[in-house]
Design a protein around this ligand. Structure first.
Ligand SMILES: *[C@@H]1O[C@H](CO)[C@@H](O)[C@H](O)[C@H]1NC(C)=O
Ligand SMILES: *[C@@H]1O[C@H](CO)[C@@H](O)[C@H](O)[C@H]1NC(C)=O
Ligand SMILES: *[C@@H]1O[C@H](CO)[C@@H](O)[C@H](O)[C@H]1NC(C)=O
Ligand SMILES: *[C@@H]1O[C@H](CO)[C@@H](O)[C@H](O)[C@H]1NC(C)=O
Length: 300
C-alpha cells in the first residue's frame, strides 16, 4: 500500500495557481505534468493515429466519446479541475499557441522521470520522448510565449497606464528590494565600520520610464533601438545583431537598446541618479565623494 502511494506521488505533479489559497473556489489555473494518470490528450499528437486511447471504449463513461484519455472516463485531473470550478485542462501538444489562461496540461502517457538520454545510453527503449524534463522545457517555452508582447492574450489591465510596464513584474521588484534593504540593514549592523550603499536601480530607472521625453528620450522607454519589428521593435526571432534586425538612427533618444539592455544614454541617466540624485541610501554624495565629474566627462 505504501509503495503504491509513493508511485502515485511520483507519477504526476500539478501547479495550481491563484491569489487566494484559503478556499477551493479561488484557484485560477492548473498546470500539469506527468503520465497517463493526467494526460488529457497530448498522447494523440505524440503518436498520431497510433494511440488506442483515442477510440472507444476509452471515454465511454463520462464523455461518451474517446478523448484520448487512458480511462473509460474522467482522470484525476478532470475531477480536480471540476472541483475547482475550472475547465477541463486542455492538452498542450497539438494546441501550441492557444490561449491557455486557465491552465494547460503537459503530461504525456508513458513519460519517464529521467531524461531519454539516460535510457539511450543503457540501450533501453522508452514509450515517449516527452520525459518530465522535456515537459518542463515545453512549459518554459509556453511561459516565454506568454511574455511575448505581441502575444494575442495581453490584457490591458496588467499594464501600468503611466509607464506601460507590467504591474506584477514591477511589484515583484519592489518586493525583492524591500527584503534586500532589510538584509543590508542587518549586514550594516554586523559591520559598523563599513559603508554599505544601497543603489536603488529600480527607482532610478523608473524615473525614466515615468517621463522619458522630459529626460531627453523622445523615442520613449519601451520601443527598442535595435531589433527586428513588432510592437516594441523587439522580435525574439530577430534579436539585435542578427539577420532581420536593424539599428535606429539616434540610439540616445531611446531607453531600450535591444529589449533586454538599455542604451548608454539611459545607463548614463541612471548612473547620474545614483551618483548625484536621491537613489542611493545613504546618498553617495554625502559620503566621501565630492566634486564628481559630470556624466560625459568620464574618461573613455
Ligand atoms: C481573492 O479574494 C479577494 C477578497 O476576498 C477577491 O476580491 C479576489 O477577487 C479574489 N481573487 C481571486 C483570484 O479569486
Ligand atoms: C523520439 O524522437 C525521435 C526523433 O524525432 C523519433 O525518431 C522517435 O521515434 C521518438 N521516439 C519516441 C519513443 O517517441
Ligand atoms: C501591486 O501592488 C499593489 C500594492 O502594493 C497592489 O495594490 C496591486 O494589486 C499589485 N498589482 C499586481 C498586478 O500584483
Ligand atoms: C520577426 O522576425 C522573423 C524572422 O526574421 C520574421 O519572420 C517575422 O516577420 C518578424 N516579426 C515581426 C512582427 O516583425
Amino acid at each position: 500500500m505504501a509503495l503504491s502511494h509513493f508511485l502515485f506521488l511520483l507519477k504526476f505533479f500539478l501547479i495550481i495557481s491563484g491569489t487566494n489559497i484559503s478556499v477551493l473556489g479561488c484557484y485560477t489555473s492548473i498546470f500539469s505534468f506527468g503520465v497517463s494518470l493526467v494526460d488529457t490528450g497530448s498522447n494523440f499528437h505524440d503518436k498520431p493515429n497510433r494511440s488506442p486511447y483515442c477510440h472507444l471504449p476509452y471515454g465511454q463513461a463520462y464523455f461518451q466519446r474517446a478523448t484520448c484519455c487512458a480511462s473509460d472516463g474522467r482522470l484525476i485531473i478532470d475531477y480536480i479541475a471540476q472541483e475547482l470550478g475550472l475547465p477541463l485542462v486542455p492538452p498542450y501538444l497539438g494546441k501550441e499557441g492557444v490561449n491557455f489562461q486557465e491552465g494547460v496540461n503537459f503530461a504525456v502517457i508513458g513519460a519517464t522521470a529521467l531524461d531519454t538520454n539516460f535510457f539511450d545510453e543503457i540501450g533501453i527503449t522508452y514509450p515517449t520522448n516527452y520525459s518530465l524534463g522535456a515537459q518542463l522545457e515545453l512549459f518554459k517555452k509556453f511561459l516565454s510565449s506568454q511574455c511575448d508582447p505581441s502575444s494575442s492574450n495581453r490584457n490591458k489591465d496588467d499594464y501600468d497606464p503611466l509607464t506601460g510596464c507590467l504591474n506584477w513584474l514591477n511589484n515583484f521588484s519592489e518586493y525583492h528590494n524591500k527584503f534586500l534593504q532589510q538584509e543590508l540593514d542587518r549586514v550594516r549592523k554586523l559591520h559598523p565600520h563599513a559603508n554599505i550603499i544601497y543603489a536603488d536601480n529600480y527607482n532610478a530607472a523608473m524615473q525614466i520610464y515615468r517621463s522619458p521625453s522630459q529626460l531627453g528620450f523622445q523615442k520613449g522607454a519601451l520601443s527598442t533601438c535595435c531589433g527586428g519589428g513588432g510592437p516594441y521593435n523587439y522580435n525574439n526571432s530577430a534579436q539585435c545583431g542578427s539577420l532581420g534586425s536593424s539599428v535606429c538612427e539616434e540610439p540616445s533618444l531611446h531607453v531600450s537598446w535591444d529589449g533586454t539592455h538599455l542604451t548608454e544614454a539611459a545607463y548614463g541617466s541612471i548612473a547620474n541618479g545614483l551618483l548625484r540624485g536621491l537613489f542611493t541610501v545613504p546618498r553617495m554624495n554625502t559620503l566621501c565623494l565630492s566634486g564628481l565629474p559630470k556624466i560625459g566627462e568620464f574618461p573613455n
